[in-house]
Design a protein around this ligand. Structure first.
Ligand code: G3P
Ligand code: MG
Length: 454
């Protein structure tokens, strides 16, 4: 199977607009999705100046807490919660399916995990975070509204990347394109929102020639929304698989017709089978975690199937490009998004020392995080945490080894925080606390020094 990397230069974070409008997942309308600013955060975050001084104060508070543990002093739980501040030392990045969501529902521990990151911990410290999913099929704004409802908190497009987000960078490059996957007209709308000039769907092609797919007939709704045109006169310059296909047979037929065509003109056949348009997939996940007990086939499986059929028919290798995780370009994109998010929302203008990436799929989440961490393009530490709530199951050996494996996302968050507290303690041991040499802590005291999920 050929896996080609994305072009790093194509990837840049989406524009962050400074205006603020608070969206509620309950009352949002279609206008909310298509109009107005894309940043959805509580106003106080946007008006806030740098949190750096608060971060220093919070760190000091944590250090004092740790000093008390080391001196075996009783720790009293504060009666009033402290004012929140934000740490600039580290951040989290979350995969979604199999980590936070399964089958459209939140994984129960996810809601608690998010509360901790949002400052509901005994230090009142907020920890910045972003979401990096290979999923897609709807606009980033709509997906964030879904996520806001599922996780009981507000999620902004400014902290969100989905599989097809980087494809917006290719809108200028091609004229007429075929967009495949997703429900109804949604992916066409997403592509047009990205600036693609002329977007066709498989429905348009079937509407023009019903004999294209012998066993697929358009529904009344599809018939109504598909656009009639004469494809004998259209040159399709590229194929983009934005989201999982709802009709593998029909979509594969149409994609193969194009790949075997002369310059993307339907009805033609190349003799050399190397004149067709390029094809791009938003990711390459062979399987993914849904509400079924076992993993379900993903876009990578469609890609493998297309490659096999193309080879059987043409005796040639199908060339294609996949975006998403584990591509290093996606992690670079995530780095820039996180940087922008920390700056705009938390007032932090320096990169975190560590980013904890929490994922469930070794082949995309763990591989991508590890490879990015080891690449010269990575300027800090990306630390991979594998959870047991999704694709990976206990009793199997992950194809790519995570830096930590935990039961669920709540444990992942605790693990990251505990590691950071331990690091702060270690530096205190080295530096001392200003009143004498630093103290040596036992392993069980290190364990106690976690921020609890109160
Ligand atoms: O189709 C979505 C799936 O393949 C993976 O989504 O959130 O686990 O990256 P996610
Ligand atoms: Mg996943």
């Amino acid at each position: 199977m050929s896996v080609t990397g994305t072009k790093e230069t194509m990837l840049s974070p989406p524009n962050m607009k400074r205006g603020v409008r608070r969206l509620s997942s309950v009352i949002a309308t279609l206008d909310d999705l298509s109009l107005g600013p894309s940043v959805v955060v509580p106003p106080q975050h946007m008006e806030q100046p740098s949190d750096a001084h608060e971060t220093a104060a919070a760190l000091e508070m944590a250090k004092r807490h740790i000093s008390r543990i080391s001196a075996n002093e009783p720790i009293s739980t504060p009666t009033t919660p402290p004012a929140t501040s934000t740490t600039d030392a580290y951040a989290f990045a979350f995969d979604i399916d199999g980590v936070l969501i399964r089958g459209g529902e939140a994984i129960p521990e996810a809601i608690e995990a998010m509360k901790i990151l949002n400052g509901q911990n005994q230090y009142g410290v907020k920890i910045p975070y972003i979401f990096v999913t290979n999923g897609g099929g709807k606009s980033e704004e709509e997906r964030c509204l879904d996520l806001s409802r599922q996780l009981h908190m507000e999620v902004s497009p400014g902290q969100f990347i989905c599989g097809h987000t980087p494809m917006r960078e290719m809108a200028e490059r091609y004229g007429t394109v075929l967009v495949v996957g997703g429900e109804g007209e949604k992916c066409r709308q997403v592509a047009e929102g990205y600036g693609f000039k002329d977007v066709c769907t498989p429905g348009d092609i079937i509407k023009d020639n019903v004999n294209t797919t012998p066993f697929r007939k358009l529904t009344k709704d599809e018939q109504e929304h598909s656009r009639k045109r004469n494809f004998g006169e259209v040159e399709i310059e590229a194929v983009f698989v934005f989201a999982d296909s709802r009709d593998w047979a029909g979509d594969q037929q149409i994609i193969l017709d194009l790949l075997m065509s002369k310059k993307g003109r339907l009805g033609t056949r190349s003799e050399t089978f190397d004149e067709g348009p390029p094809i791009f997939f938003s990711h390459n996940d062979m399987v993914w975690a849904t509400s079924h007990d076992h993993t379900r086939l993903g876009m990578g499986a469609l890609r493998a199937s297309l490659e096999a059929v193309f080879k059987a028919m043409t005796k040639k290798e199908m060339k294609s490009t996949a975006f998403g995780k584990p591509q290093v370009g996606t992690f670079q994109f995530a780095t820039r998004l996180l940087q922008q998010w920390r700056k705009d929302v938390h007032g932090i203008d320096s990169p975190p020392q560590t980013v904890y990436f929490v994922g469930d799929t070794p082949e995309s989440d763990i591989r991508g995080t590890n490879e990015f961490n080891e690449s010269p393009l990575c300027e800090n530490t990306w630390y991979s945490i594998l959870v047991r709530t999704g694709v990976f199951r206990e009793g199997t050996k992950p194809g790519f080894t995570p830096m930590a494996t935990v039961d669920n996302v709540l444990e992942a968050v605790k693990h990251g925080i505990q590691r950071e507290v331990a690091k702060a303690m270690k530096s205190q041991i080295i530096d001392g606390n200003g009143e004498g040499p630093g103290v040596i802590l036992e392993e069980d005291q290190l364990q106690d020094a976690t921020i609890t999920d109160d």
